[in-house]
Design a protein around this ligand. Structure first.
Ligand SMILES: Nc1ccn([C@@H]2O[C@H](COP(=O)(O)OP(=O)(O)OP(=O)(O)O)[C@@H](O)[C@H]2O)c(=O)n1
Ligand SMILES: C[C@](O)(CO)[C@H](O)COP(=O)(O)O
Length: 227
């Protein structure tokens, strides 16, 4: 099966403090994105890897990707789902069998999760890496709790989110034309909007998303083996 990893990296990281975009911040002596790209390039089940970047980040990307056998980068869009769709359209001619859509700011994706995300597509169209919820989850408004949500049915979605390529390409194209949907924050939501079943495979607590400065410090501790 021809498997392409599509790493989305075109965000501006507004929840991170001032400085370079978080995907290009130094982590253990190299950019965050380089860690992520190598995790997929080194995986035996992944055929090739493409990265979606912000139009202003070409120099940063070229430095981070130096010497890595990546497909040509794709310029992303104003939202994550637009960046994904642009990445998928750029791969339409290549037409892999399967696509693993992954956040560039989740550098510690595990080989086990990548393997499981590919294997599950033997019998499914879509799957997400996810973790159970260990905290009690409340609903609330105006500073007042309005209810408690049964956490036994909740999952923390991670990436990669894996799909048969033609399925997710068609789904993103269809959803891009819809005006009745809530904001799309992951690719499984695109599949769900079309009634496509989405399987769950085990993620990892190590595969956390680097969103804030605190996450970057956590990532440095993780690399040092301090957590
Ligand atoms: N227009 C966008 C927005 C996000 N992303 C990517 O989607 C992943 C997850 O998004 P998030 O963590 O929200 O990144 P940012 O949008 O950069 O961060 P923030 O929401 O804090 O601004 C990141 O790798 C980010 O680069 C993208 O490719 N294109
Ligand atoms: C795709 C994702 O990482 C799954 O948890 C998450 O939805 C990305 O959200 P963000 O706000 O774009 O970081």
């Amino acid at each position: 099966m021809k498997v392409t990893a599509l790493i989305v990296c075109a965000g501006r990281g507004t929840r991170m403090g001032p400085g370079a975009p978080k995907q290009y911040r130094q982590l253990g002596g190299m950019p965050v994105l380089r860690h992520t790209a190598i995790a997929f390039l080194d995986h035996p089940d992944v055929t090739d890897v493409a990265v979606v970047i912000h139009r202003d980040d070409l120099a940063l990307y070229e430095e981070a990707a130096r010497g890595l056998p990546l497909l040509p980068p794709v310029i992303g869009g104003a939202t994550r789902d637009e960046s994904v769709r642009l990445g998928l359209e750029a791969l339409a001619e290549r037409a892999p069998d399967a696509i693993l859509i992954h956040d560039g700011v989740r550098p510690f994706v595990t080989a086990e999760t990548i393997a499981a995300s590919i294997a599950v597509l033997d019998g499914a169209e879509a799957a997400i890496a996810a973790m159970p919820v260990f905290d009690t989850i409340k609903s609330g408004a105006d500073g007042v709790v309005t209810g408690t949500i049964d956490r036994s049915i909740l999952w923390r979605a991670q990436t990669p989110q894996s799909f048969r390529f033609q399925t997710i390409l068609a789904a993103h194209r269809a959803v891009a034309l819809r005006t009745d949907l809530p904001p799309i924050t992951d690719d499984a939501s695109v599949a769900e909007a079309l009634g496509i079943p989405v399987r769950i495979v085990p993620g990892s607590e190590d595969a956390f998303k680097i969103t804030t400065e605190a996450d970057l410090r956590r990532a440095e501790r993780h690399l040092r083996g301090d957590e």
